[in-house]
Each structure stands twice: as C-alpha cells, then as structure tokens.
Design a protein around this ligand. Sequence first.
Ligand code: NAI
Length: 395
Amino acid sequence: MVIKPKVRGFVCVTAHPAGCAAHVQEQIDHIRSCGPVRDGPRKVLVIGASTGYGLSSRIAAAFGSSAATVGVFFERPSEEGRPATPGWYNSIAFTSAARAAGLYARNFNGDAFSPAMKAEVVAAIKADLGQVDLIVYSLASPRRTHPVTGVVHKSVLKPVGTSYTNKTVDTDKGIVSDITIEPASATEIADTTKVMGGEDWELWIEALEAAQAIAPGATSVAYSYIGPEVTWAIYKNGTIGLAKNDLERAGRRIDAILKTNGYGRAFISVNKALVTQASSAIPVVPLYISILYKLMKARGTHEGCIQQIQRLFATQMYNGSALTFDEAGRVRVDDWEMRPEVQAEITRIWPQVTTENLAALTDIAGYREEFLKLFGFGLAGVDYEADVEPHLPML
Ligand code: NAI
C-alpha cells in the first residue's frame, strides 16, 4: 500500500510505518550522540510510551542508560485498507531497535486506566524484572473509564469562569481567526480532572507498591505545562490547568509515599510546548508554538521531545546532578521557552499575526513539518512512493 498523509483538522488519519521507524531512529541517534547518562535508570515503566514525551522518555532510558523498558500505550492496529496509528508503528520500531541492541523491551497495548491492565503490567514486571526504578507517567487522553464507578469521564479544553476569545490558527489551512470558547461547566471541570489529573498515577503507584515492584531509590515523574500568559485562560487557568494542579497534588502524595517507604522520590517536570498529537488539539496553542519555534530556532535554543527529556535526565535526574525545583516544587525544563526575552518577543508579535503574514511572522512551516513527522511523513530517506506493508504485528 502507498500511504500518503490525510490531514483532517488537527489530526492526520494515516501513518507511515517506515516514516515512523525513521522518526524513532532519529531520536535514538540523538540519544546516542549525547553519550551515556551516568547512574541512569535501569528498569523503567513508561505509561503513555508510544508517542510524544513518553516515547522520548523510553528512548532516552533505553539508549542513554541501557535500561530495560516496559511500555504501556493505547494504539489502534491496522485494519483492512487502513494503516495503524503512529504510536503502533513507533513502538514496533523502538522495540526492534532495543532488542537488536540487546535490551529488554515489552509492550502492553490497552487501557492504562483499567485495573486489568495495571494487574497485567505489574505481574510482568514482577516476573521479568522484579522491580522498576523509574516510573514515567505520560498519558494524554480524551477520556477515562473510572475503575470503581465505571463512569466514562471526558476531558475538555475550555476556560473556567468566563468565556475566552483569542487568536487561533487552522494549521492545515493557514487561516488565523478569532475563536471564542465558552467556559466549562462544573461537571466538565470535574471530568477533566478525573481524566488528566493525578488519581490514575496514584493508582499505578499503589498497584506497583502493593506488589513490591518499586525498587529502593526509585523515581516517578509526570509531565506538566504552564506556558505564557497568552495561553493561560485556555491552559493554566483552564480545565486542563486545574487537572494539572491535581497532578501536582498527586505528585506530592506519591513523593511522600516513596520517601516514607525509603524508596525515593516523585516530582512533576514542566516541559516545553511542543507539537504532539495532544497539543495540536488545544485551541490557540498551535499559534503560540509556531511563534515560539521561530524565536527559539533563531536563538539556537529550540528543542524537541527527545532533547527535552535528554536534558531532564542528564542535568536533573541522573549524571550526578540534583533536582532543582521552582517555588512550587516543580522541575522546569521549560526554562528556555520561558526566558523573559523570548516571552517579550511573543507578546510583541502575537497581536500582529494575520493570515497574510503568518508565514513571515511565525514558523508555521516548521509546525506543519513537525506535525507530519508525528505520523511518519517528511522523513529524509523514506520513499513515500513505494509500496509499504501497513499490517505489522506488535512485538
Ligand atoms: P501524546 O498524545 O503524544 O502521548 C500520549 C500517550 O498516552 C500515547 O502513548 C498514548 O498511546 C497514551 N495513551 C492515551 N490514552 C491512553 C490509555 N487510555 N491507556 C494507555 N495509554 C494511553 O501526548 P504528549 O504531548 O506527549 O503528552 C504527554 C504528557 O506530557 C501529558 O501529560 C501532557 O500534558 C504533557 N505535556 C505535553 C506538552 C506538549 O506541548 N505536548 C508540554 C508539557 C507537558
């Protein structure tokens, strides 16, 4: 089958297996080029391991520290006439490369929110690895079936309190327009926290702990975002921001549990805004990212997911380094994004952007390139005219 991108709004409904493999290889090459991380993780569980920050965390652990990795994700396999989702192909490519390098890699495709998945993963860890010393929690999901009540909670990306109007860009069509988003209802706020808050992270830790599957000195990390004032109404102070506050609450509780039991630590890492399947769905944010990319590339400070996680591992978590916290106890690898001179430029450029000058004032081209790469398109060395086998079994 010849596979071409089919973009529908903020998603691409096709993915290219060879392109996804090349994208994973790019990340592996980056980690190898940085050299090994001293005293890095050895046995790692990544929840949300197939795309974005979770995939990069898995790659950084495996190829920077020779770690055994267990990956949990929720991806759709190929169907008749339809390729699989990118995370499916990414996980196959990662696993082949890890095993070729002599590393243990095991995959679990299914609902991480379910007790059955937790039980299966914990049993596999007990049987194969005994314990894990790093647990990365990197889920981004639109819904969660609650393990106790069976209620399906859906997350929304809305402001809280009052409606919000700002500029946004249709990244596919290149049209800049105003968008007004009505505030979330109390139910929507609570639902978003159920999905993207910290309860499920706590349940994972409790399941692992009950089975004594957490190694002494272990670390657990979950990822968050804060961003600039221009996105606060939709992000930091919106439904997703409130869910992230709950993730921070869970992080403090998990940290206390791990410390009490002599194990280690848990913390939140605030990461940079990047093009991922999750972030492209948030109104306003893609326009911000397009401006940000232009400014950071010009300054030579631009990073992708893999550079962010490599820096987190090498300068905060391992390599003889110590975690540095902000006033709220979070680690910040969004520091280069949040530099005052970068943010002052964003504030200056933001009101000027129109459909007509979008290409000149922002890196919309770079945004689109990155977006297509998420689905395995636009990778050097991949023949996109060639027939490719879309039906690949999970390893
Ligand atoms: P992503 O969409 O690339 O990855 C989400 C992962 O979660 C995938 O592996 C997916 O398979 C998995 N997943 C989703 N639902 C699942 C389920 N029910 N069961 C098992 N696995 C499931 O997202 P991204 O952007 O990497 O986000 C990961 C975390 O990083 C999120 O907490 C996000 O808020 C945070 N973050 C993202 C930033 C960004 O700009 N993209 C910036 C800072 C933090």
